[in-house]
Design a protein around this ligand. Structure first.
Ligand SMILES: Cc1cc2nc3c(=O)[nH]c(=O)nc-3n(C[C@H](O)[C@H](O)[C@H](O)COP(=O)(O)OP(=O)(O)OC[C@H]3O[C@@H](n4cnc5c(N)ncnc54)[C@H](O)[C@@H]3O)c2cc1C
Length: 409
């Protein structure tokens, strides 16, 4: 049996695009290596306007009106910045169920199995799966994450990874101000002079209520990534310095994903979505907001191709990639990758000064940059303003050739 679209994967990207395709009236099969109802392991944070503008605010489990960062060195120099924008935590279970309900109520099939290979026959695709099964479709969308099952990735020099180590738990005293979300705490007065020469890391943290907090030591991006052991050690050192040692650890999060891989070279036998298709924002690491905004666009383009009736899978695949990565989006992505390559060479002082200038931009600009919701010309305008606001050492860092990342001292 040949369905219209076979979506591979069971994470946020696969469920999101499968639900959007179903919404367009297409017949969709979902093939996931594990039951797509299996709880997701990651914690997904998002700036509230991203979900609220889509009418999906009910998918948040937490919402913080107060969001702050610290760009000072610490001690007498906290460099606190009030962002004035609400931040939220997605309720993973509710988000997953939101998309699964859309699929189940439309009678779409959710299958369990691993995609192993693909070939083309008479203008259609046949996916070879575990247990010797084969599935036919006019189009296949690979949404199997950052190491995709069927998309061939371009070989590339070291891809930078965002690494983080986090814990949910209770602490001797609140590790951050109660009721607050901390986007980036770059204070480093707990580090030795030698540690301050190493690649910089910052704290991302939230008050979960009832005395529980999520605190995560994060590295912006580095190749090779900052090891978990170092992130953990730095987190514990930071907490000890603030008298907030953990009392009970409920959950540990180990986070690592590629930030700046090149886009898959075309043509490909299959289309892609999510981590498999390079959708992680190369400068901020966010992706879920983009999934929500871009799935309907891609699904509409695919539906118009499928409904045209005669197009073969190669044409449909090309159509899908074009809808996901039109020229303007590709250019913006290169721009973000370029920016990240500069920041990766900044030492801790320059990075703090860079972010202090970045968050002095008007909110629509920094929000639009972090969420990739600015058009190309506004993005260019934001960067010119940032350059004008930035201190000289940051300007020099942005202009001069990308430097080697700070070493391990
Ligand atoms: C710890 C962590 C925290 C993150 N936090 C945020 C955040 O706060 N906000 C944000 O926007 N982004 C965040 N990200 C980045 C990004 O949104 C996530 O990596 C996201 O999970 C990627 O979604 P995905 O569906 O593309 O891939 P995944 O979530 O990795 O899902 C891949 C799916 O494909 C399935 N699969 C794999 N191989 C096959 C196969 N051969 N056949 C069939 N199925 C297969 C897997 O079982 C899995 O279900 C985070 C990433 C990590 C790792």
């Amino acid at each position: 049996m040949t369905t219209d679209v076979l979506v591979l994967g069971g994470g946020p990207a696969a469920l999101c695009i499968a639900a959007a395709l179903s919404e367009e009236g297409l017949r969709v099969d979902l093939l996931s290596a594990q039951d797509p109802r299996t709880p997701w392991p990651n914690t997904y944070g998002i700036w509230c306007p991203e979900v609220e503008r889509l009418g999906l605010g009910h998918l948040l489990s937490h919402r913080w009106e107060r969001s702050v960062s610290h760009f000072g060195a610490g001690g007498n120099d906290d460099g606190v910045r009030e962002h004035g924008l609400a931040y939220g935590l997605l309720d993973r279970g509710r988000l997953q169920q939101h998309w699964l309900t859309a699929l189940e109520s439309a009678g779409q099939r959710c299958l369990i199995g691993k995609a192993l290979g693909v070939d083309q026959q008479n203008g259609k695709l046949r996916v070879h799966c575990s247990a010797d099964r084969q599935l036919g479709a006019r189009l296949v969308v690979d949404a199997t994450g950052h190491h995709p099952a069927l998309i061939s990735q371009r070989p590339s020099a070291a891809v930078a990874g965002q690494a983080a180590y986090g814990i949910v738990g209770t602490f001797q005293r609140p590790p951050i101000e109660p009721g607050t979300f901390v986007f980036m705490d770059f204070r480093c007065d707990h580090l030795s002079a030698e540690q301050r020469q190493q690649p910089p890391t910052f704290l991302y943290a939230m008050d979960l209520g009832a005395g529980r907090f999520f605190v995560e030591e994060t590295s912006l991006a580095l190749a090779p990534p900052v090891p978990y052991a170092r992130l953990r050690q730095r987190l514990l050192q930071r907490l000890a310095h603030r008298g907030a040692e953990p009392i009970a650890i409920e959950h540990e999060e180990f986070c690592l994903f590629p930030m700046n891989p090149p886009l898959p070279a075309l043509p490909q036998a299959v289309a892609g979505f999510g981590g498999a298709a390079g959708m992680v924002h190369p400068a901020s690491g966010y992706m879920v907001g983009s999934l929500l905004r871009r799935a309907p666009v891609m699904a509409r383009a695919i539906a118009s191709g499928v409904h045209a009736g005669t197009l073969d899978s190669a044409v449909l695949t090309r159509l899908a990639w074009q809808a996901l990565w039109p020229a303007e989006e590709r250019l913006k992505r290169e721009f973000y990758r370029f920016g990240l390559s500069k920041l990766m060479g900044f030492d801790e002082t320059r990075l703090r000064r860079h972010f202090a200038a970045f968050f002095a931009l008007p909110e629509p600009l920094w929000f639009g940059f972090l969420t990739n919701t600015l058009g190309l010309s506004d993005l260019g305008g934001a960067m010119v303003r940032l350059f004008a606001l930035a201190p000289w050492d940051v300007r020099a860092g942005l202009l001069l050739p990308a430097q080697e990342a700070p070493g391990d001292g």
